[in-house]
Design a protein around this ligand. Structure first.
Ligand code: GLU
Length: 458
């Protein structure tokens, strides 16, 4: 069987966003599942909007996610001469033609069509004029005028259009620059792409590109269009709904494992399994099991995955990530229990940034809100008496410390919250923090005493 070759073809006019990353992931998984190849092509023909910085950022996001192309990226702009040659060759073969319709003429054509309730399109004025090509003229592709263009989408099923609905689109602009639909089809052909996977906003482009393949008598690749990702309320996904760039997710403390699992769930599922390793995904992935209706973005789900991976990854991995990717205002290693502290607090953390914020009080003296101060002051005598006995607790061992505190409560006839609540607030500045014995133990005797005295003396 022929080797499957897929590609991801971003335009480097922005960073890699959620939708783009999903397309890349599905193409990559499909290729891996088929033991085929996954290629990357930068569609950088828009010289004004394409930026090196975006190429680099897309590459870095893909590499962070582990979606690596099997060959060096292709730059579409390098193929410009070939695109131009082929446009002229189609014209010589009578499959395309030179057109000198002015923008004024086109505007009028459009207005008349709208007035007559017709679909606005180029009406073929120059199609049979055989105009000699000259600078400033565009080259238009001769679309078949009867019959249908159809293909079997690997996700959406049969898609067809009456050819009379399609117009003679421009393949080479007046300034000599080839257009997207022409370049994409030629490059897919030259890269031997067997399956094109992209968003369903490209369906009309596919219908045009199929006709380019036909005119070149080339084998038409398979196409699979991914339904779009909608916001929770069913609208087009905007930045506010979570359509942020992959680099932003990374910066705000989402793990790559989370993003892979989450992205794949935006349209693909396997029974009711929620968590997949990359190898499992490679084994299980198929285009047939991609949902043909739009996926919905869910902040709860992405946070669920992130909390899951924060808690299931090796704690050393989490520590290294914090050390390598985030700037901290404290020295995490200054507390010898830093790994245990991370383990303890990751349970409730949503993101790495959240985790960093959660552990902060172990390193920096907490600040107290007025409400907390009032609450602590209700039990201030309990705290004062406890401060006098703190030196008798065994700080060397967590279990011993725990039982010493229990004994202290029993012998002083105290219920746990009477001491626990104010003490937790003094030590951490928060109401929800780990247990008292864990707080005392990880802060150590000296720091615990310092914080209690600081509070009492203020
Ligand atoms: N460059 C196009 C885009 O970023 C993708 C085209 C394609 O996949 O064919 O939307």
């Amino acid at each position: 069987m022929k080797e499957e070759i897929t590609r991801f073809a971003p335009s480097p006019t922005g960073h890699l966003h959620l939708g783009g990353a999903r397309t890349a992931l599905f193409s990559w998984l499909f290729a891996r599942n088929k033991n085929g190849k996954f290629l990357l092509r930068f569609e950088d023909t828009d010289r004004e909007r394409s930026k090196k910085e975006y190429e680099e950022s897309i590459l870095s996001s893909l590499s962070w996610l582990g979606i690596e192309p099997d060959e060096n990226p292709i730059f579409q702009s390098n193929n410009k001469e070939l695109h131009q040659e082929l446009a002229f060759s189609l014209m010589e073969q009578g499959k395309a033609y030179s057109c000198d319709c002015s923008s004024e003429q086109l505007r009028k054509m459009r207005e008349d069509q709208i007035k007559n309730k017709l679909q606005p399109r180029y009406d073929g004025f120059n199609r049979d004029m055989n105009l000699p090509h000259k600078e400033g003229n565009v080259i238009r592709f001769k679309m078949p005028q009867s019959g249908k263009t159809l293909f079997e989408d690997k996700i959406l099923g049969n898609i067809s259009v009456e050819n009379k609905e399609l117009d003679d689109f421009i393949i080479l602009r007046g300034d000599g620059n080839p257009t997207y639909n022409f370049c994409a089809a030629i490059d897919d052909l030259n890269m031997n792409i067997t399956t094109v996977i992209r968003g369903d906003d490209h369906i009309t482009n596919t219908l045009k590109q199929i006709n380019i393949f036909k005119s070149l008598e080339a084998k038409i690749p398979n196409y699979a269009h991914l339904p779009m990702v909608l916001s929770k309320s069913g609208k087009r996904l905007s930045k506010r709904d979570g359509a942020i760039d992959i680099s932003d997710y990374r910066k705000s403390g989402y793990l790559k494992e989370t993003l892979i699992n989450y992205l794949v769930k935006l349209g693909w599922s396997y029974s009711d399994q929620e968590i997949f390793s990359k190898d499992e995904l490679i084994n299980l992935f198929s285009l047939e099991s991609v949902n043909s209706s739009p996926a919905k973005f869910s902040e709860e789900l992405i946070n669920f995955y992130n909390n899951h991976y924060l808690n299931s990854l090796n704690i050393e991995t989490i520590y290294k990530l914090i050390e390598e990717e985030y700037e901290l205002s404290f020295d995490i290693k200054s507390n010898e229990h830093y790994l245990e502290i991370l383990k303890l607090l990751r349970e409730g953390a949503k993101t790495v940034l959240d985790l960093i914020d959660q552990i902060r009080f172990f390193y920096e003296t907490p600040e107290y809100e007025d409400k907390s101060k009032e609450l602590i002051n209700l039990d201030i005598d309990t705290i004062k008496s406890f401060a006098l006995c703190i030196k008798d607790l065994d700080f060397k061992n967590l279990q011993n410390l725990e039982s010493d505190i229990k004994d202290y409560l029993t012998s002083n006839n105290l219920k746990f919250p009477q001491l626990g609540k104010p003490l937790r607030m003094i030590l951490s500045g928060r109401e929800n923090a780990p247990s008292i014995s864990q707080l005392l133990f990880f802060l150590g005797e000296q720091e615990s005493c310092r914080r209690i005295n600081l509070f009492l003396n203020n």
